[in-house]
Ligand binder design. Structure first.
Ligand SMILES: [Zn+2]
Length: 153
């Protein structure tokens, strides 16, 4: 199965809050349809507004400063919180794991099959994705309906 690649974006929001100044939060995101940097910034604004007004954050006194939008090029997998997502639906675990292994190899990350090694390239942090034994293929209906694949780790 072909490894389709989509543009990956890193969104960083810089902000002050009552307890800290110069705080920031970052995440990566990708979309099946092509988006301009301006459209990504619109997406970031909507995301930030939801965070800033959410019940659990309402007393933190967030003062938004700026977004930093970075293109990370095109790839098959992008990092989320202790998982990687692909906008391609791999409908079985083997195809998903094979594709993810090819992705790690492109990023020069050594796959750890249980020995406790570290990635060869420190500039790329797979957040546990280098540990093969942590890989868990998501077979839920949401992934099927959205046509995506998630490997948690
Ligand atoms: Zn799922």
């Amino acid at each position: 199965m072909e490894d389709l690649k989509y543009p990956i974006w890193r969104i960083t929001a810089k902000f002050d809050e009552t307890a800290y100044e110069n705080n920031s939060v970052s995440f990566t995101v990708s979309f099946k349809e092509k988006k301009t940097e301006q459209e990504i910034e619109e997406y970031a604004k909507e995301w930030w507004e939801k965070i800033a007004i959410s019940e659990k954050n309402k007393d933190k006194g967030f003062v938004f400063k700026e977004f930093i939008i970075t293109s990370l090029g095109e790839e098959t997998w992008y990092l989320e919180w202790f998982c990687h997502t692909s906008l391609t639906r791999y409908d079985n675990e083997k195809d998903a794991f094979d594709s993810f292994a090819r992705f790690l190899k492109r990023k020069r990350v050594d796959i750890n099959y249980g020995g406790g090694s570290y990635p060869s390239d420190d500039s790329y942090m797979p957040m546990g994705g280098d540990d093969h034994w942590r890989w868990k293929y998501c077979d839920c209906q949401v992934c099927k309906d959205e046509g995506i694949t998630i490997i948690s780790h």
